[in-house]
Design a protein. Sequence first.
Length: 434
Amino acid sequence: MNNRNNILLAYYGDDFTGSTDALEFISRAGARTILFTEPPTAEQLQSFGGLNAYGVAGKTRALPPAEMEKLLLPAFEQMKASGARHVHYKVCSTFDSSPFTGSIGKAIDCGVAVFGNKMVPVIGGMPVLGRYCLFGNLYARMGIGSQGKIYRLDRHPSMSKHPVTPADESDLRLHLGKQTAKKFGLIDVLQLDKPVEGWKEAIRDGEEIVLIDTLYESQLVKIGEWIDSLGRDKTQFSAGGSGIEAALGNYWNEKGLLKQRTEWQKIEKADPLLVISGSCSPVTASQIVHAKANGFEEMLLDAVGICNDDTVSEVVIKQMNTFLGQKKNVIVHTGTKQTENLSSERLGTSLGVLARDAVAKHKLKRVVVAGGDTSSYAARAMEIDAVEMIAPLVSGAPLCKAYSKNKVMDGLEVNFKGGQVGSEDYFEVLMKGE
């Protein structure tokens, strides 16, 4: 296999927040990793030097299957050409998708078409983020990085009411089975106790996608060993949340292929902090309420108006600039009670333009971007070309350094937060740093 760049893992994230989640766990394992906004050329990979892994922060989570295919097939071909040992299609840990929007099944079909693997492993859980898969059924904690209750996915107070892809099925085999014609197998939680060599006994002939239960973090090393064994002869394609990065990273640490990283850059206070949010999660809503009670200023955008004419109120822009000029922390958001399926592209782009202009005008050092579907568009509007992790302030949403051809944006500290991530004081934590 062509591995001229020594790339152990390449991944394609279905949105930006989820892509930084994967970035965190493979970086923690000690892999020098850069996350790009577009599939990188060989020259771009070599320009960073010493890369062990890289990611592409896509926007497929908000796209219909036909548009996904147009993006994924050439992206996967480019990843294959990089000589990566593993290529992972990274999805939200709650598998947000439907046959019509962000279809994970379509992404798997594209991966199989390019990489030709007879079997695609899918990790169902990520315990450190409060995601657990038992006998194929996914359970999720309310709020990543919090002590919220754990719910079966189809009964989750937030995910069951998602405005675009509401969770109505907890069995991931049935959920994904609506999106692809491929047959599913399962390595269940009882099988995980057996030696890896015996896992094949649980897979029947003709099962092309194999879901792997995940209950305890300690199980990840063994799962990583099994997935890595599948990638010895040619690039192995997989799908799932950041459990893939955690499993492979933990296994590579155990084998001495990577050395776990435990020391990170000290993070100073942001003065002021700008938060832009397209999230309609109740978790983010509670974080906004908490931040307001602790001195943050709130600016609410007309989400419907933006989607109709791409216009952001001049009054909002002026008020935001006034607050930032006074060194006040500001949250600009599109509303936390959206019931309509609004355009992620228009909302994310408008938020990103606001942030880019604010960074230039006020020389901001740090920006938080909240919301999965809108984050990919916001990052592109901010003219971010790539990011690299600099500190793990909150699990699942690392603080990163931005790379940009725009000198104003180059070096910006940026944090991408999924709707379910964080406790109530999340924005305060990102403002204060370490």
